[in-house]
Design a protein around this ligand. Structure first.
Ligand code: PCA
Length: 216
């Protein structure tokens, strides 16, 4: 059985919970389609998150990598199209504020997702779960981990699926923050299960990578 490494993140900034850590906990050890799921939670820390991810890849030797992060304020499940070679944004959990530096000075400026992002969006919509492709993962830890995962697959010659999906806030975060679109934790976990199902579906893999909500 092939293995998919699924990663979520710990809480960060003023979000005392992170629904992606719960997704990781709930799907760890399950079988979805052809894949055994092994899940881990990553730190929101520029200096250790990438290294931690590489250690998990080394130890688990997965055929696929799907990383998931919280994008509070988004309304849809958003498979990301591309990771860019830049760290920027607010402080991480150690207080480090990046200054627009490259993630990998010798790496390409951007690396496209190797997930069937169009197929994921189509399948999510079929399941009545709002979804669209996102054309930017930002420049914070989620983009960082997406870039490091894709770069690692390039460097180790792993040709399997690899990429990142952002999810909206869970209801507990909306209650705390007030004006935040939110989903139930159960629907968020179901959505990532649906995304993982596409990895075993040849029709999803062949789906064009269109379906972003952008106007142009
Ligand atoms: N979301 C943040 C980092 C951790 C997380 O869950 C991001 O979108 O970069």
């Amino acid at each position: 059985m092939p293995t998919v490494l699924l990663t979520g993140f710990e809480p960060f900034l003023d979000y005392p919970t992170n629904p992606t850590a719960v997704i990781a906990e709930e799907l760890d050890g399950t079988r979805i389609g052809d894949y055994d799921v092994v899940a881990r939670v990553l730190p929101v820390d520029y200096s250790t998150s990438g290294q931690r991810l590489e250690e998990h890849l080394e130890n688990i030797q997965p055929e696929a990598l799907v990383s998931v992060g919280l994008a509070a304020g988004r309304q849809h499940i958003t498979p990301e199209r591309i990771a860019v070679n830049c760290n920027d944004g607010p402080a991480d959990n150690t207080g480090r504020v990046p200054a627009g530096e490259k993630i990998d000075p010798t790496g390409p400026d951007g690396i496209f997702s190797r997930l069937p992002i169009g197929g994921m969006v189509a399948r999510l919509r079929q399941a009545q779960l709002p979804a669209e492709i996102s054309n930017t993962a930002g420049l914070y830890l989620c983009n960082h981990v997406m870039y490091r995962g894709l770069r690692s697959f390039q460097q180790t010659g792993n040709t399997g699926p690899c990429g990142f999906i952002h999810v909206p806030a869970s209801h507990d975060l909306a209650v705390r923050h007030g004006n935040l679109p939110s989903w139930s934790q159960a629907d968020l976990t179901t959505a990532i299960r649906v995304c993982l199902e596409t990895l075993s579906d040849p029709e999803s893999a062949a789906h064009p990578a269109s379906g972003s909500g952008a106007a142009w």
